[in-house]
Design a protein around this ligand. Structure first.
Ligand SMILES: [Zn+2]
Length: 408
């Protein structure tokens, strides 16, 4: 039998063990202190013990200090499995933490007691991100059990704090350690589609802005004595809403393939109907193709605000709430090609590189110049009540990871 076939049948034999690891991990809630949780320590210890039992013994634990949790630290685990070619690493990064269960009455079972039903596992965290975490563990384990060696050195990375900003997880690691090399392959299996064809290589830049328009409050029966901030702001809303006509480039890897500029949230102004509002606050959500320089966008927005200031005699203050951009991973990079090959072999579908609207953890790595690909075959039940994982997806994703570990 060919090596890959041996590994695939070994993975099938490990199916029940994978489910057992899911059950163990689901039973230990790893919730951030911001959500009144105790952090990831206990779950990380259980995972480490399991890895050692499987013969994965080269484990490095990097802790970020955090006195809000009982352990006083947030764990980040790196397990290293040497490959034939040690000059390059194949990283698979998953996260240990989970979001709170939310409204318990919406769950059909205890969120922290995994249940099984028609090929599905149900519980908080089973899909986000344990499906991929367990798949990565058993991809490398199955290779070792067959007495084989991965092509490149495999680094399984299990991080904390993905759900609440990554300050104690991947951002902490990137700020304080030199872990990655430019030529490394980095897979973040924490996003994707139910058919497994979405290989995410790029994100739109995110720009969230707050606009405070100041005029002059007065009685609504005497509008000439005041300056209506709401009216001026409304004019600005319409100008901003038309920005996509100016910044109108297209890139078909994204859906939609153009930049979006959406006025969204609006704060209350005056509580009563008979006052002219002297202040108005609204927000803008922009998702901009990475080929645009955000400074150019900001400059144009500043000009539009200036036009409204002039026309209405108001002042407009613009505050940046969030600004994120990261360079795309090339569509022909090594990991993209390997993934497309492995997905075809395992799932018999043609995957392709795509861009998304923004906000995944992969951007932290891309921002530092490391090519990163986000992929998994998921049902997208993350953060929902009755979150579930399809066992066949977990096993299939495990095979995709193992194929890349073996063949590079
Ligand atoms: Zn996740």
């Amino acid at each position: 039998m060919e090596n890959i076939e041996r590994v695939f049948s070994r993975i099938e034999e490990n199916r029940e063990d994978m489910i057992a690891l899911q059950e163990l991990l689901t039973g230990i809630p790893a919730i951030a202190p911001q959500s009144e949780g105790k952090g990831e320590w206990e779950k990380a210890e259980a995972l480490t013990t399991w890895l050692k039992k499987l013969g994965v013994t080269n484990i490095n634990m990097i802790n970020a200090l955090d006195d809000r949790v009982p352990a006083g630290k947030r764990p980040n685990i790196i397990a290293t499995i040497p490959g034939e070619d040690e000059t390059r690493n194949f990283w698979i990064m998953t996260h240990i933490d989970v979001v709170p269960p939310g409204e318990l009455s919406l769950w059909n079972s205890d969120p922290f007691k995994m249940t099984r039903e028609n090929g599905k596992l149900i519980g908080r965290g089973v899909e986000d991100n344990q499906q991929s975490l367990v798949a990565s563990v058993y991809a490398v384990t199955s290779i070792l059990q067959e007495g084989l060696k991965p092509k490149y050195t495999v680094k399984l990375m299990f991080v904390s704090d993905e759900e609440t900003g990554s300050d104690f997880g991947i951002k902490f690691l990137l700020d304080n350690y030199d872990l990655f090399k430019k030529e490394d392959l980095i897979l973040v299996p924490d996003g994707g589609r139910s058919d497994g064809t979405l290989v995410e290589v790029a994100e739109k830049s995110i720009l969230w802005l707050k606009f405070r328009t100041t005029g002059k409050q007065c009685h609504a029966s005497m509008p000439h004595l005041g300056i209506n901030a709401f009216v001026a702001a409304s004019k600005l809303v319409l100008k901003l809403n038309g920005l996509n006509e100016e910044f109108n480039r297209k890139n078909e890897i994204f859906d939609p393939p153009y930049s979006t500029f959406c006025p969204t949230k609006k704060e209350n102004n005056v509580p009563n109907i008979n006052s002219i509002p002297g202040e108005d606050i609204f927000y803008l959500d922009c998702r901009i193709l990475p080929s645009y320089d955000l400074d150019d966008v900001m400059k144009r927005i500043g000009e539009l605000a200036g036009e409204v200031e002039k026309e209405y005699g108001v002042s407009v203050e613009i505050e940046t709430i969030q600004r994120e951009s990261s360079p795309p991973t090339p569509e022909d990079s090594k990991l993209v090609k390997s993934l497309i090959r492995a997905i075809k072999l395992v799932y018999a579908v043609d995957a392709r590189p795509r861009g998304i609207g923004g906000g995944t953890v992969g951007a932290h790595l891309r921002k530092r110049g490391f090519d990163t690909v986000v992929w998994s075959k998921i049902e997208e039940t993350a953060h929902m009540p009755n979150e579930y994982c399809i066992v066949d997806n977990m096993v299939g994703d495990c095979k995709v990871m193992a194929e890349i570990m073996l063949r590079g």
